[in-house]
Design a protein around this ligand. Structure first.
Ligand SMILES: *[C@@H]1O[C@H](CO)[C@@H](O)[C@H](O)[C@H]1NC(C)=O
Ligand SMILES: *[C@@H]1O[C@H](CO)[C@@H](O)[C@H](O)[C@H]1NC(C)=O
Ligand SMILES: *[C@@H]1O[C@H](CO)[C@@H](O)[C@H](O)[C@H]1NC(C)=O
Ligand SMILES: *[C@@H]1O[C@H](CO)[C@@H](O)[C@H](O)[C@H]1NC(C)=O
Ligand SMILES: *[C@@H]1O[C@H](CO)[C@@H](O)[C@H](O)[C@H]1NC(C)=O
Ligand SMILES: *[C@@H]1O[C@H](CO)[C@@H](O)[C@H](O)[C@H]1NC(C)=O
Ligand SMILES: *[C@@H]1O[C@H](CO)[C@@H](O)[C@H](O)[C@H]1NC(C)=O
Ligand SMILES: *[C@@H]1O[C@H](CO)[C@@H](O)[C@H](O)[C@H]1NC(C)=O
Ligand SMILES: *[C@@H]1O[C@H](CO)[C@@H](O)[C@H](O)[C@H]1NC(C)=O
Ligand SMILES: *[C@@H]1O[C@H](CO)[C@@H](O)[C@H](O)[C@H]1NC(C)=O
Length: 599
């Protein structure tokens, strides 16, 4: 954690603009707690049985490449999920292919059988520079995890140095309930078994032959239970990152995982999973609501429950990762997960996670899941024929890419802080992005992101051929879509221009017609369409920036020139807000007059 000395709050912005809602945003002054904002903060987790569906078409490659082109680092991919602990490796399969999904009742997959050639089939699919995590079958403990040991070698042989980490199992805190471990399953047993399986992999010839920096590490933990929501716990157990890293003192037999150097040396990160809503059971089914997703304070509650786990991972010397997540567990809920409201939530979530110390967030993908940001091909679902396509939450990723992208030709790192006050309410969220702590120079404010999380149900963009039409919006907001002007007191120099990027959609309930400043993506091919529209706003006297945003919209302001300010401009030339909306000469005049009166 770093503490930039920052930002003079000079202008007490008041309501200059008559007849419209205005909100004054004060940035933190003095010490600000920030966290690193990494380029590949936004990743995907792909369910093993769906990997082929995604890699059979160029769509995912095209989409992921578009992100890499902006950020300089393609999104990280974790191949994992429930079917990781159902994956069995065989030399050959009876069907003569390199994979076979054996289905049981209700057509759910009982076993996912693969040959070593299966890993090779998708190893080279992802854009160059993609970091991959592979989740081994930890459930199958026969013959000392012989299946997982063989998987590890074959995955590495296929993926080479693209393979950054292994996971041992998925959501291992649900193993008793699934009948995969006995009643004594807990942190202590887990540590024993973690050491046994990692010990076998690390001791293997293929692993030892590699130079140290190329050796894949292990992402430990991979727990599902949200600490503060007891009715989402499958069973009573003692799994938490705190307990894993430092075992309670009455447990004398094994130390916490950090107490052992051999563990510390191989653990690259710790992972938790989070699904704020769920269709998995009746209680949670009745709690599902789109407006609960479109609420920054609800998100704050959901994500801040990981603060103790972040602190524990920090002490253990490896970052905490949100290793698998999405809006609604058990595959999502059309009408919630596939709306523009979910897209705003996704942006808010990734940025809040980063600000609270969750280094990366991986959104789960299934080729037929209602929450997937994109689906590769058509299929039948709930009596409807759906096309493959792109859902609004894909555009969250493109917007976040703009937030993390460094200035041209710069390798600079950023750090991020969540804003408080007015920019920390149910309907408004805000983030400040600074140059990172590793820079030699004083941290400077580069970017500001704001999300209006208020609900606006419009009448456009309601249908998307890749989502269920039965869930298209039917409740509409009345009157004109509201907007507000943010009057932000920044440390930026008067007279410089901040560029503006907007995540735009027809309404919270929209499933289509979402863009990022005019850019969209072809739902079939994943090709980028259109050019970004240029919008900028000039910084006024004392760093004042005014920006208008509509209800349910996100905006990113960024400044390229952060060199020290020259001579200050005379105040009346200040605070000219140029934006696409051109919301009226009157408001501009009123703003300038307001400034003049104030100064
Ligand atoms: C091995 O797995 C079986 C079920 O798959 C489980 O009952 C047993 O407890 C496991 N053994 C150990 C040592 O965890
Ligand atoms: C793993 O456990 C088995 C059975 O208890 C034991 O024989 C083996 O030595 C252990 N291996 C490692 C690397 O700890
Ligand atoms: C951590 O372990 C202690 C001692 O066994 C237990 O009481 C506590 O519930 C555990 N924490 C979690 C979050 O499971
Ligand atoms: C997220 O927050 C909502 C609202 O407080 C709550 O109903 C839900 O259980 C939370 N979910 C998780 C997983 O924390
Ligand atoms: C699909 O259609 C069948 C037959 O008409 C019906 O019984 C079933 O309830 C429908 N399922 C859904 C999810 O609408
Ligand atoms: C940015 O962060 C990465 C990873 O921590 C580090 O390797 C790199 O040196 C940093 N770059 C700069 C310019 O400080
Ligand atoms: C945002 O609001 C929540 C809930 O009121 C509070 O716990 C949190 O500290 C606030 N965050 C900031 C950055 O002020
Ligand atoms: C907006 O529409 C969603 C369903 O699409 C509904 O759950 C919500 O209550 C509506 N909210 C308002 C304010 O109309
Ligand atoms: C903002 O709202 C006002 C009325 O409240 C309206 O006159 C103006 O056109 C709106 N601007 C945008 C960009 O929606
Ligand atoms: C800021 O943008 C305006 C409008 O595009 C332009 O006229 C002005 O020259 C720009 N100022 C700077 C410092 O780039």
């Amino acid at each position: 954690m770093t503490k930039p000395r920052s930002l003079i709050v000079a202008l007490a912005a008041a309501s200059f603009v008559t007849g419209q809602e205005t909100t004054s945003i004060k940035l933190p002054s003095g010490d600000v707690e920030t966290r690193p904002l990494v380029r590949d903060v936004f990743g995907y987790s792909i369910e093993p049985i769906w990997v082929n569906a995604y890699t059979d078409t160029p769509k995912a490659f095209n989409l992921l490449s578009a992100i890499g082109a902006i950020t300089g680092k393609p999104p990280p991919i974790r191949v994992g999920g429930n079917t990781a602990d159902q994956t069995y490796q065989h030399a050959t399969l009876p069907n003569g292919r390199d994979w076979d999904a054996v289905r049981g009742e209700l057509s759910t997959v009982q076993q996912f059988n693969v040959t070593p050639a299966w890993y090779g089939a998708w190893a080279d699919y992802f854009p160059p520079g993609t970091d991959l995590i592979y989740s081994l079958n930890f459930r199958a403990n026969e013959s000392g995890w012989a299946n997982a040991v063989a998987q590890a070698e074959a995955v590495h042989a296929a993926l080479g140095d693209k393979l950054k980490m292994f996971e041992l199992g998925n959501e291992i805190d649900h193993f008793i309930n699934k009948g995969w471990r006995g009643a004594d399953w807990g942190v202590e047993r887990y540590i024993d078994q973690f050491r046994n399986l990692t010990g076998q992999i690390v001791a293997a010839d293929w692993y030892q032959k590699m130079p140290e920096p190329q050796r894949p590490k292990f992402q430990a933990g991979v727990f599902a239970d949200p600490p503060w929501v007891p009715d989402q716990h499958d069973e009573i157990d003692d799994f938490s990152i705190e307990n894993l890293t430092t075992l309670a003192s009455d447990r004398s037999r094994v130390g916490g995982i950090v107490e052992q150097e051999q563990d510390k040396a191989i653990i690259g990160s710790y992972a938790m999973h989070l699904y704020p809503q769920s269709t998995c059971d009746t209680e949670r089914w009745h709690r599902m609501r789109l407006d609960l997703l479109s609420d920054h304070l609800v998100l704050w509650q959901n994500v801040s429950q990981y603060a103790p786990q972040v602190a524990a991972a920090d002490r253990a010397g490896a970052p905490l990762i949100m290793g698998e997540t999405n809006s609604v567990s058990c595959s999502g809920r059309s009408g919630i997960s596939d709306t523009f409201g979910a897209a705003l939530w996704t942006v808010d979530y990734v940025l809040l996670g980063a600000a609270l110390g969750l280094e990366k967030t991986y959104f789960h993908l299934g080729a037929q899941s209602e929450y997937s940001a994109f689906t590769p091909a058509g299929y039948e679902l709930k009596n409807e024929s759906l096309a493959g396509g792109i859902r609004p939450n894909w555009y969250s990723h493109y917007f976040v890419a703009k937030v993390v992208a460094a200035p041209k030709d710069s390798k600079m790192n950023y750090s991020i802080a969540a804003l408080g006050g007015e920019a920390n309410s149910s309907s408004l969220s805000g983030y400040a992005v600074y140059s990172g702590a590793v820079e030699k120079t004083e941290p400077r404010l580069y970017k500001l992101a704001f999300l209006d999380m208020g609900v606006w149900n419009g009448t456009e963009g309601l249908t998307n051929p890749s989502t269920l039409s039965a869930t298209d919006g039917t409740m509409f907001s009345e009157g004109a879509r509201p907007n507000r002007t943010l009057n932000i007191a920044t440390s930026w120099c008067a007279g410089r221009n901040a560029t503006v990027t907007r995540l735009l959609g027809p309404g919270t309930n929209a499933k289509n017609d979402v863009t990022v400043s005019g850019v969209s993506f072809d739902p079939e091919s994943g090709d980028m369409l259109g050019m970004e529209t240029k919008e900028s706003v000039e910084v006024g006297g004392n760093g004042a920036v005014a920006i208008t945003m509509r209800r349910a919209e996100a905006v990113l302001l960024e400044i390229e020139d952060v060199t020290p300010c020259g001579a200050p401009l005379p105040p009346t030339s200040a605070a000219v807000s140029i934006n696409l909306y051109a919301h009226g000469v009157l408001s501009l005049v009123v703003y300038v007059v307001g400034l003049t009166l104030l100064l």
